[in-house]
Ligand binder design. Structure first.
Ligand SMILES: [Fe+2]
Length: 412
């Protein structure tokens, strides 16, 4: 490349010399050519000069935590104190972490303090070790941005979901509403060794105001308890649709789908994660004409109809479990019947949510629903265990006392 470039410069200089010698003196031309050669030559060589690396290391402030997990992918999030670019080193457990995932967008590595990297191409039911890496970007400039050093997170391990597994378990909590003592008590009550993931069923907050609040009142304690090894699934509650920071929520609980409703398969369970939206009509003045939940929920319903009509795993899984915030599907322009009819027709087995701040259990055949419905109280943990034939739900208090159990048999 250097030889070609130099030859190009020589030809250009020769042409220029020929064209200007008629009007300039020989001395002037020689001086001009010398200056041009110097400038062009310097550019050609100087562009390979090393960039500056300052002796400054970023600090990992939060994470890493797993915000999404499927059979073939995982989403890892962490925060640094200063702007950095990011990557994740990973590999199958027991092997060296030779694979590298980055988060480039449109050909550029993002620079920031919040880092989200999606690992893809994973195998179902396989354990992977990983390590996050963040490198400081000290001063961004057009050329030679000034960098700092890299910080590496501790080695962590997760296991991908696997629909062929014969037995799985998960835990659920709801409506913690910024009560730190409650959050810590519930996280302590989760049997982390025996749970594949934890789902927060929404209303972790009264309203969303800032990043600091997100970490102080839920994500911080949760990511410490999950230790970057167990998925922290987050369902949006009606309170998470409120506040100055509500529009930023997805940035902190990202999933590859980029929306608050999607599906997952794990063992005998087909999970449908839904967003039940707000609990009052869009026209209500408290929203000051900023909400478009009704049309959003219509789109979600159309997606759900399509999914249940066409997805093989939805049809074949021994159990279909819906995770949401408002157990009665939320406010949908008074069209709850439509959602219930779909769930009945598609043999939904269990709906788990929160919202009421009281433990409520609806057996099949109540309110026209052919499925079990469970709404958790604020200080309870539901542990769900599934085999090919049985779904067992145990609701416990923070003290470990068993409050309710549901035993559901597979219907297909
Ligand atoms: Fe709530």
């Amino acid at each position: 490349m250097g030889i070609v470039w130099n030859r190009f410069i020589q030809i250009k200089v020769w042409i220029l010399r020929k064209s200007v010698t008629s009007v300039l003196t020989k001395t002037a031309v020689t001086t001009l050519m010398g200056a041009m050669l110097l400038a062009l030559g310097l550019t050609a060589y100087a562009q390979h000069e090393p960039f500056v690396v300052h002796d400054t290391k970023p600090v990992i402030m939060h994470g890493p935590y797993l915000s999404s997990l499927s059979e073939t992918a995982a989403t890892i999030v962490w925060m640094t104190d200063t702007p950095c670019h990011a990557k994740v080193l990973f590999g199958p457990k027991g092997e060296s972490m030779t694979r590298e995932a980055h988060n480039a967008e449109h050909g550029l590595l993002p620079i920031g303090t919040r880092h989200v990297v999606h690992l893809t191409g994973l195998e179902p039911g396989k354990a992977y070790t990983y390590k996050v890496v963040a490198t400081r970007a000290v001063k961004m400039k057009a050329y030679w941005p000034e960098k700092g050093l890299a910080v590496e997170g501790p080695e962590r391990m997760f296991t991908t979901f696997d629909r062929s597994r014969l037995a799985v378990s998960f835990s659920a909590i709801a409506d913690t509403h910024e009560d730190l003592a409650r959050v810590k008590g519930l996280l302590h009550a989760v049997d982390w060794a025996e749970t594949d993931f934890l789902v927060h069923l929404g209303d972790a907050f009264h309203s969303l105001e800032s990043e600091d609040q997100l970490f102080a009142r839920w994500l911080g304690p949760a990511e410490k308890a999950a230790a970057g090894e167990k998925l922290l699934m987050f369902i949006r509650g009606n309170h998470e649709m409120r506040g100055a920071f509500a529009r930023n929520l997805m940035e902190y609980v990202p999933v590859p789908e980029g929306r608050f409703y999607y599906v997952r398969d794990h063992g005998p369970l087909h999970f449908i994660i839904l967003d039940t939206g707000e609990d009052k009509a869009d026209e209500t003045n408290v929203y000051a004409e900023l909400n478009k939940v009704e049309v959003y929920r219509e789109e979600e319903f159309a997606w759900l109809e399509r999914h249940l009509a066409t997805d093989e795993s939805a049809a074949e899984a021994p159990f279909r479990v819906i995770l949401l915030h408002q157990p009665h599907w939320g406010w949908t322009g008074e069209r709850e019947d439509k959602w219930t009819e779909l769930a009945n027709n598609e043999k939904i087995d269990l709906v788990i949510g929160g919202y009421f701040h009281r433990l409520r259990i609806y057996k099949p055949d109540s309110r026209g629903k052919d499925f079990w419905m469970l709404a958790l109280e604020q200080d309870q943990v539901a542990r769900v265990e599934a085999t090919l034939s049985d779904l067992l739900v145990t609701v416990k208090g923070k003290d470990g006392k068993v409050l309710e159990t549901l035993a559901i048999k597979a219907r297909r």
